[in-house]
Design a protein around this ligand. Sequence first.
Ligand code: SF4
Length: 331
Amino acid sequence: MSRVFSGIQPTGEPHIGNYFGAMQNYVKLGQDYGKNSIYCVVDLHALTNPNAFDPALLAQRTLDMAVANFAVGLDPAQVTFFVQSQVPEHQELSWVLTNITPVGELERMTQYKDKAGQLESVPAGLLMYPVLMAADILLYKADTVPVGEDQTQHIELTREIARKFNHTFGETFPEPRAVNNKQALRIPGVDGHGKMSKSKGEQSTIGLFEPLDSIWAKLRVAPTDPARVRRTDPGDPDVCLVGDYHKLFSDDQTLRTVYDGCRSAGIGCVDCKKLLMTGIEEHLSPIQARGEALRADLDSVRDALAQGTREARAIAAPVMEEVRSKVGFLR
Ligand code: SF4
């Protein structure tokens, strides 16, 4: 039986890069895999950033991330959706796996080196991050992990850890494969400075729940094809972030109007951006309305998470029992 696992960072309100890069894919996989698509908000992973310690904010962001995923169409009745810290088996398996993972392997992880390089004092949790991630995946014997390309190295390490466990204690875990979503890396920031990213500040992002007038204020001044100096100059929509966004939000007919119109100078950049805004409004308005309804009924969100926890533990508990038995804990 095939099973999908993905961890979702509680980063607060997601932006359209998160939506097209990951969340939309979760919805699709949920339709294909049903309860065997397992998603959790990884609040334990969030603790590995010592600069972000904020107990009230972490709880709020965890809830916000659940609301956001439900608002875009992830149905908690169809998939398994829960919060990582509410399933203690993640931490228990992580400890077992820590003991078969060489420190040298962890120290060569690119993401660890990048993050540790920015810190004066490096918490041990940051080094152990990929082990906890391996535990997240293996606890459900998941074989498919949708991730951004920046996580591929961690999945490769998860495969090595699974192999080592199987070799040492007997065949237990499948070796999961990463399914990369390349689009996640291509959505440009609305300020024109590289990939859309929360770390670059609000000017880079279009929030999924951002008011439409605020989105328009950013879009109105967004850079376009620099070669299109005058209205009469033809442009190239393939080098313009507005052209990129049209591919995400506009229907085929609008896309043709914009691409042909840009190349022939038949359409001006302001009109092109207004057409884009129409597509954004059509796309985001229902999501924003669902988000508002969910925020007005947070008890139902908490109930859905509690149910997800029960479903996750129903899978995790026997796997952990198998692990305890195989490593030789007294039972
Ligand atoms: Fe960009 Fe649209 Fe202007 Fe072409 S017409 S340069 S796609 S904003």
